[in-house]
Design a protein around this ligand. Structure first.
Ligand code: MF3
Ligand code: CO
Length: 249
């Protein structure tokens, strides 16, 4: 069942989204060679506390951290750790903010120092793919239109879209209906309606789309060892189209 949200609920989620966006902007300033994802985790914990917000991922299904920090070939759900980032690395920081019980979810990939041209290309294409998906999130379209637009664009750039992890409705809990794949067929899936709130969060690999799970049972990485990037926004559907609740402006 897809739960539609009222304007008030969407307003509350937008407040959570604004805190999340400001937190990402703070992270962007911290990223440089030598910093660890553990320091980013600590920054996020402190930032959210100062804004009377809570890290919703902490304790979710036993996950232990405020952030997911996925480095290089890690696709998603990497653990923050005390390993310094190096020049040329990329790191995706993903978090869910709870503000007065309302949630917002956003992941962002960051480049560390000078990047190789193919790394730069990966980040640019992945971010653009997110916005191509958001463009399709209008009432009357179908969920499949989002994935179709993303997949067509990404594959046209010679990269691949991860299939094993997808976007999701969000509301009372992090993961609700609908499922939002970042690949697939136009005209398929549920009809997009005013009041839906869901994430679009394409994960894009330089090599093939296949994933493998680490021993820790959480962290997914590329099978072929190539880099993976991700950009995620939480969006709300209005009669006039999508509003990005986690926009960094
Ligand atoms: N933010 C993630 C998403 O986009 C959810 C991560 S669940 C966690 O779906 F437990 F790993 F935090
Ligand atoms: Co997320």
């Amino acid at each position: 069942m897809i739960v539609l949200k009222s304007q008030r609920e969407i307003e509350a989620m937008k407040k959570a989204g604004e805190i999340l966006a400001a937190c990402h902007k703070g992270i962007a300033k911290l990223i440089k060679p030598g910093i660890t994802t553990w320091e980013i985790e600590e920054f996020v914990e402190k930032f959210l506390k100062e804004h009377d917000a809570k890290p919703e991922q902490k304790g979710y299904k036993g996950y232990q951290y405020a952030t997911c920090a996925s480095i290089n070939d890690e696709i998603c759900h990497g653990f923050p750790r005390k390993e310094p980032l190096k020049e040329g690395d990329i790191v995706t920081v993903d978090m869910v903010v709870n503000y007065n019980g309302a949630l917002a979810d956003s992941a962002w990939s960051y480049g560390v120092g000078q990047l190789a041209p193919e790394t730069e290309h990966l980040l640019n294409v992945t971010k653009e793919a997110l916005y191509k998906g958001i463009e399709q999130a209008v009432p009357g379209n179908r969920i499949g239109d989002i994935g179709h637009a993303i997949q067509t664009f990404v594959e046209g750039e010679g990269l691949s879209v991860v299939r094993d992890f997808i976007g999701h409705g969000i509301g009372a809990v992090i993961h609700e209906k609908p499922d939002v794949p970042h690949y697939g067929l136009a005209g398929k899936g549920p009809r997009i309606k005013e009041g839906m709130v869901f994430t679009i969060e394409p994960m894009v690999n330089i090599g093939r789309h296949y994933t493998k799970m680490d021993q820790n049972g959480w962290t997914a990485r590329t099978v072929d060892g190539t880099l993976s990037a991700q950009y995620e926004h939480t969006i709300a559907i209005t009669k006039d189209g999508p509003i990005i609740l986690t926009a960094q402006e």
